[in-house]
Design a protein around this ligand. Structure first.
Ligand code: HQG
Length: 182
């Protein structure tokens, strides 16, 4: 059984390399963001960060946000969302709940209420169906500020919404008129 700290350490290592910088390990993701499991383990070993297959399986299974998935053959792995590099996750459009939430920090909230939410360095703006998750996301930036997004009205206005395999709601942008400070 992996310790919590080892699990988080491996998850952060995977997050960095599978979402942002595979080239740092000499890896190349395919179009869908996948990389062969054996290549990843070998590259990690060369990078002085050895991970066993058993550990990797446990991280995929137990990661708190289900950030990673194996494909149906279990031979490929990818991050479910959060990339800054070009990948096509083949996300399917989905009908969002009426309200979605976004957590941010106090420093940015004024600009967001004025300009709306932008995807910044990622592929999408990340939203959650529950306020608790938004709070946790916001805490990464200090005291959290929660914004409610009128997803229902946005959807009706033609904005496509996507839901990643791990339940994160994604949208290109959120104009300010759909935002409300909680
Ligand atoms: C902010 C983590 C100023 C936005 C989390 C956010 C999440 C603006 C920051 C996932 C803005 C971007 C994503 C504007 C947006 N003016 N600031 N117009 N529009 N922002 O990290 O949503 O642990 O790229 O509010 O838990 O914080 O990595 O996005 O504060 O699920 O799996 O710009 O990352 O998940 O920051 O977090 P990020 P995020 P993982």
């Amino acid at each position: 059984m992996l310790s919590e700290s080892r699990l988080v350490k491996i998850s952060k290592y995977l997050s960095y390399h599978l979402r942002h910088a595979p080239e740092k390990l000499g890896l190349k993701l395919d179009e869908g963001g996948w990389v062969p499991v054996l290549d990843l383990l070998e590259s990690a070993k060369k990078d002085q960060f050895p991970i066993s297959l058993e550990e990797l399986k446990q991280v995929v299974d137990k990661d708190d946000k289900k950030r990673y998935s194996f494909d149906f053959t279990d031979k490929l792995i990818r991050a479910n969302q959060g990339h800054s590099i070009k990948v096509d996750l083949q996300l399917k459009e989905a009908l969002p709940p009426d309200i979605l939430y976004h957590g941010t920090g106090q420093k940015t909230v004024e600009s967001i209420l004025h300009k709306g939410l932008s995807k910044m360095s990622r592929h999408h703006v990340h939203l959650s169906a529950d306020m608790e998750t938004a709070k946790k996301v916001g805490k990464r930036h200090g005291k959290p500020v929660i914004l409610a997004v009128d997803a229902q009205t946005m959807y009706k206005a033609g904005y496509p919404f996507y839901c990643s395999d791990n339940g994160v709601w994604l949208v290109e942008s959120v104009p300010p008129e759909y935002l409300q400070l909680i």
